[in-house]
Design a protein around this ligand. Structure first.
Ligand SMILES: Cc1ncc(COP(=O)(O)O)c(C=O)c1O
Length: 496
């Protein structure tokens, strides 16, 4: 079989027809018989060719899309995804990957073979973790609470911690109380349980594109239909958003208004306000993933959507992973009253409760003011790295590479001239001991792009200039020796 039209479905089989069709198309894509970016037959045409209902083809295409095998272009149809980028994703996530070293025939100093220069990861380095301070509060909890520290905790979270968090939030103009706060085992769990509580098969979810990979994976796992909204340097494209709101009714929109991952861009206050207005007008929730607003190196404004939310439309998720210790698995949410019970029940089904011992220790950590000391410390360290990377990028980066500098956070988003493949650049960099994150990782449909992200989370200050100088050499080589027209579609050109 060479084409989708030649597929044969067996109506006598107990397996649903749409699943048979899904499996057959998937095989054709996986074995590369149909190539990336080839257009699939229209729904009506394929349904009549196979002698099935349109709905059978719609369901099969939806499933293929949810699993990243195909992507849709508005008003144009369905296309085969470049699934080779899934391989890139695995590589980047696997920190233990054994790299092959192949020198480039270019004039760069590759003395430091000991270790990869890691611009890819946004995970903080263990030497930033306040281990001694945390040992102190852990011991105090054990002495104070004894066995009670190891009982089941309420699903909502340890009362004293919720109380301390609601007090802490008043410094950020977020007015709430412990009754609306919900402790979770990391922001990833928050996104997952919200999806479990709110999404039914085929429901629509809006997200920025590009966006955080972990959220895309959750929405796809719930078989949500994802509608992408472009992001500009001052936040989400509100014109596109309102246009799509007239055709679709999303359950929610997932956004990162401060130092968005991967672009590093932040929404203007006017855009934040307008987004809340639209949520009220069109009646949808906004999930605000605030993973980094603490790292504002210039204004310290910490201007969250939640602080502007007078209609209780914003679900606020705050992770401590990037600014504290990811392995604690600790975060919290502020949940609108209208969905509180559904979310609480989804959390209970998921893991009953977040570790009581960790919650109690973190409560002491906040109460004793050690948290404030820690935040000041990480801000100093990241500000130093921020200044270094900005200086190095200005000094070394080829002029063909475009970027807009964020005012804080950990991510920097770069654009190669259009047509160049960031997946190819990624592979070339890896062979030369530099790790970057190609844009396909953050695209809803994993499409290859000419964008890539650099992060300062997993790199020491004194490695940055060396790393950027070397990356700049590699890019110069890449632009001279690699083919330009590797990507047929130009994504995100609105970003610059
Ligand atoms: C934007 C964003 N949200 C959420 C998470 C997950 O955070 P947590 O470790 O709290 O689950 C990440 C991790 O990379 C992230 O980048």
């Amino acid at each position: 079989m060479k084409t989708v039209e030649e597929i044969k479905l067996d109506k006598n089989k107990s397996q649903y027809l749409y699943l048979q069709l899904y499996e057959e198309v998937k095989k054709l894509i996986e074995s590369n018989i149909i190539e990336p970016h080839v257009k699939l037959p229209t729904i009506r045409y394929l349904a009549s060719k196979l002698g099935v209902n349109n709905v059978t083809v719609v369901n099969a295409y939806n499933l293929l899309e949810a699993e990243g095998y195909i992507y849709k272009k508005m008003g144009s149809g369905s296309y085969v995804q470049d699934i080779r980028s899934k391989e890139v994703e695995r590589l980047i996530l696997d920190e233990e990957t054994n790299m092959n070293f192949a020198n480039l025939d270019i004039d760069i100093d590759i003395n430091n073979k000991e270790k990869i220069v890691n611009f890819a990861s946004t995970a903080p380095m263990p030497d930033l973790f306040p281990v001694d301070d945390f040992k102190l509060v852990l011991n105090q909890v054990l002495d104070r609470d004894k066995g009670r520290a190891f009982t089941y905790q309420e699903s909502q979270g340890y009362f004293n911690l919720r109380n301390a968090i609601s007090n802490y939030l008043s410094d950020f103009n977020i007015k709430t109380n412990e009754g609306n706060i919900h402790i979770i085992s990391g922001a990833q769990q928050g996104i997952d349980i919200l999806s479990k509580a709110l999404i039914n098969y085929g429901d629509i979810v809006f997200t920025e594109n590009p966006t955080y990979t972990g959220a895309i994976a959750v929405f796809k796992s719930r078989s949500a239909r994802i509608v992408e909204i472009p992001i500009n340097k001052d936040g989400i494209d509100l014109i596109d958003l309102e246009y799509k709101l007239k055709s679709f009714k999303p359950k929610f929109i997932y956004v990162m208004p401060n130092f968005q991952n991967p672009t590093g861009y932040s929404y203007s206050v006017a855009k934040k306000k307008k987004l809340i207005e639209l949520a009220t007008k069109y009646n949808f929730y906004i999930i605000e993933d605030d993973y980094l607003s603490d790292l504002d190196f210039f204004t310290q404004s910490k201007n969250t959507l939640k602080s502007l939310d007078t209609s209780d439309k914003v679900v606020y998720i705050k992770s401590f992973s990037k600014i504290f210790m990811p392995g604690l698995r600790l975060a919290f949410m502020i949940i609108p009253k209208s969905i509180y019970n559904e979310v609480l029940s989804a959390k209970h089904i998921s893991d009953i409760s977040t570790s009581g011992l960790i919650q109690r220790a973190f409560h002491l950590y906040l109460e004793k003011g050690i948290w404030q000391k820690h935040i000041r410390n990480v801000n100093t360290i990241y500000t130093e790295r921020y200044k270094t990377i900005v200086k190095s990028v200005r000094k070394h980066m080829p002029k063909e590479v475009k970027y807009i500098l964020p005012q804080g956070g950990l991510s920097f988003w770069f654009s190669l001239p259009s047509g160049y493949s960031a997946n190819e650049l990624y592979r070339l960099c890896l062979k030369n001991d530099i790790s970057i994150a190609p844009g396909s990782l953050f695209d809803i449909w994993q499409r290859d792009t000419h964008f890539f992200r650099l992060s300062i989370a997993s790199i020491h200050n004194d490695e940055i200039d060396y790393g950027i100088a070397k990356l700049a050499h590699i890019i110069n080589y890449f632009l001279k020796n690699f083919q330009k027209d590797r990507i047929s579609i130009d994504l995100y050109n609105n970003l610059f």
